[in-house]
Design a binder for this molecule. Structure first.
Ligand SMILES: Cc1cc2nc3c(=O)[nH]c(=O)nc-3n(C[C@H](O)[C@H](O)[C@H](O)COP(=O)(O)O)c2cc1C
Length: 355
């Protein structure tokens, strides 16, 4: 009935998902979020056309390590046959724990070709895509939907039902329409309504930015799991805070600046090791640097310095210099390279009052 279609170690009552995010939910960030308590992760959306054409760049988005499991690969496209072929290829080559179909992406380039939320204008097409994909892989197939294409077509329950009837074994709802983009608030009551209408588990998504939000989403919607995207930017510890809030335990406070920088460096080191092209690694990491330094004293000028950096090795020195100027630098080991997950976990514990 409400059972998730894949196993999660420890079988948490309300699993926490790191949302699929283009340019963000890449292996280095996925692994960091797993360390902080994300129970399930997803790749960013990957074009079915790119997969079947064996496009080299596309293939890079599909790579993951076994220690990231359980992991879903998310695919998008508007042609059922192509989506089916892509799902079969992904299954055979990468064997993730599930294949997720994107019916939510609002980006013009994707929607124009009926991909992502573009499909939501034609529920018959949604059903045909899910059915084709489910018929092409032995892995569980799941879908991630928005509430509709626009206000006129807003009907998350109808969309979810079409997905489930066509073979989706879990549905994640971001309760905004494509027309909403990211404006207004996610209508959590639609998550509750969908959960009450489907036999398959419904995962809630949208506007979880604190542990307290996670607890409220579960309590107000009865969702089977919680998916987080923007709240984790520069704050992967949100998963730990969410878990504590869900368990009714004291919620760890925000880490201090030095701890935040240590986490940032752990992420940066991961990213540098993952990317073959070091210049590209530095450029692509800029958004994360912006997020990790958001809201700290003198953050703007620190970001200006960080954004000029071309060599990954300099990031640590700039952050150390900032800590020195703030009078909280304790020595060269402060933002050290983490050798193992265990060592990092020990060092990254942080405590404090609830958020
Ligand atoms: C930078 C960025 C990239 C995203 N890329 C994807 C994607 O590839 N696939 C997808 O299904 N949703 C994508 N999303 C949407 C998120 O998964 C999520 O549904 C949305 O941000 C709402 O959740 P939040 O309020 O926790 O951010 C993206 C969102 C952001 C901010």
């Amino acid at each position: 009935m409400n059972t998730l279609p894949f196993e999660i170690p420890g079988n948490p009552a309300t699993p926490l998902f790191l949302a699929p995010q283009a340019g963000v939910s890449e292996a280095p960030f996925r692994r960091l979020c797993r360390e902080f308590g994300a129970d399930v992760v997803l790749t960013e959306f990957v074009s079915a056309e790119g997969i079947v054409r064996h496009n080299e760049r596309t293939a890079r988005y599909l790579r993951f390590d076994d220690d990231e499991r359980p992991i879903g690969v998310q695919i998008f496209g508007a042609d059922p046959a192509c989506m089916a072929e892509a799902a079969a290829l992904v299954t055979e080559t990468y064997a993730p724990d599930f294949v997720d179909i994107n019916f939510g992406c609002p980006v013009k380039k994707v929607v124009k070709r009926n991909g992502g939320s573009g499909c939501l204008r034609d529920l018959n097409l949604v059903g045909r895509i899910v059915e084709a994909v489910a018929g092409a892989t032995a892995l569980p197939v799941t879908t991630k939907i928005r509430s509709g294409f626009d206000e006129a077509t807003r009907d998350p329950v109808a969309i979810g039902r079409v997905c489930a009837e066509a073979g989706a074994r879990m549905v994640t709802l971001h309760p905004r329409t494509r027309a909403d983009m990211y404006s207004g608030s996610a209508r959590w009551e639609e998550i509750a309504a969908l959960g009450g209408s489907l036999e398959v588990p419904v995962i809630g998504n949208g506007d979880v930015r604190s542990g307290e939000d996670a607890r409220r989403m579960r309590d107000e919607t009865g969702c089977r799991g919680i998916m987080i995207a923007r709240g984790s930017h520069g704050a992967p510890w949100l998963f730990r805070q969410s878990r504590a809030a869900l368990n009714g335990d004291p919620v760890p406070g925000e880490p201090d600046i030095a701890t935040r920088f240590s986490i940032c460096m752990r992420h940066a080191d991961n990213a540098a090791a993952y990317e073959d092209n070091p210049d590209k690694a530095v450029r692509e990491f800029r958004k994360h640097l912006a997020w990790y330094t958001k809201g700290i004293p003198g953050g703007r000028s620190l970001r200006q310095t960080l954004f000029r950096i071309e060599d990954a090795g300099e990031v640590r020195a700039v952050l150390e210099d900032y800590l020195r100027r703030q009078g909280v630098f304790t020595g060269p080991g402060q933002l050290y390279r983490y050798d193992s997950v265990g060592a990092a976990r020990d060092r990254l514990e942080f405590a404090g009052a609830g958020r």
